[in-house]
Design a protein around this ligand. Structure first.
Ligand code: ZN
Length: 210
């Protein structure tokens, strides 16, 4: 799952117009060191995104199989996926997004990186919320998606230890988004018809180029 970086396009500022934003970018020029750091960040992000399957790739539409062996390979791949997620500036990355058809994903929940294997996600109330979601496999597209506000997650970590989490808000949204990936479901399937039509229109030229 993608999230907005504070250095993203200026038109994002309306959505979260906090005071701290008023002081950056507009009234001071970047120093050479800052400009270099910014350029490096963008290169790192593009290199990471190039390693993540993009819309149109069949792996994104397949249902992943349970993980049966908690071995070094699983830990090595999860570590790699976690750094890829950070470089791509996302808060979640599912195995199917890197072409591995197994049921696990990495994510950052409340600032903590986690690997959730064979996850089962259950809403704990009827409360739901519609909010904008992005996806590392869908470029800059943001779509309104309804998600349960509070969920319980039962899973294993990368060593096979049981994990049980109660999540709400953004964290609950992240695990529901990533779980969808393990079933071949994307946010274009979860949004309203108008938003879907517009998103598919934007995604079509990418298919031609692929
Ligand atoms: Zn996604």
């Amino acid at each position: 799952m993608a999230h907005e970086h504070e250095h993203d396009e200026h038109d994002e500022h309306d959505e979260h117009d906090h005071d701290e934003h008023d002081h950056d970018e507009h009234d001071h020029e970047l120093t050479d060191a800052e400009a270099r750091e910014e350029a490096e960040r963008l290169v790192r992000r593009d290199v990471a995104l190039a390693q993540i399957r993009q819309y149109g790739d069949p792996a994104l539409r397949m249902r992943a199989a349970e993980v049966e062996t908690f071995d070094d390979e699983l830990r090595r791949v999860s570590e790699r996926m976690t750094s890829l997620m950070h470089d791509a500036e996302g808060v979640g990355l599912a195995a199917t997004q890197v072409g591995i058809l197994r049921r696990f994903f990495v994510c950052t929940l409340d600032g903590v990186d986690r690997v959730l294997v064979n996850p089962v996600v259950t809403p704990v109330s009827d409360d739901a919320e519609i909010d904008q979601e992005g996806c590392l496999s869908l470029g800059p597209i943001r779509l309104p998606v309804e998600r349960a506000l509070r969920v319980k997650v039962e899973a294993r970590d990368e060593t096979g230890e049981p994990v049980s989490l109660e999540l709400e808000g953004v964290d609950a949204r992240v695990v529901q988004h990533e779980l969808d990936h393990l079933d071949g479901t994307l946010i274009v399937d979860r949004t309203d018809p108008d938003a879907r039509r517009e998103a598919l229109r934007q995604l079509r030229p990418r298919l031609v180029l692929a």
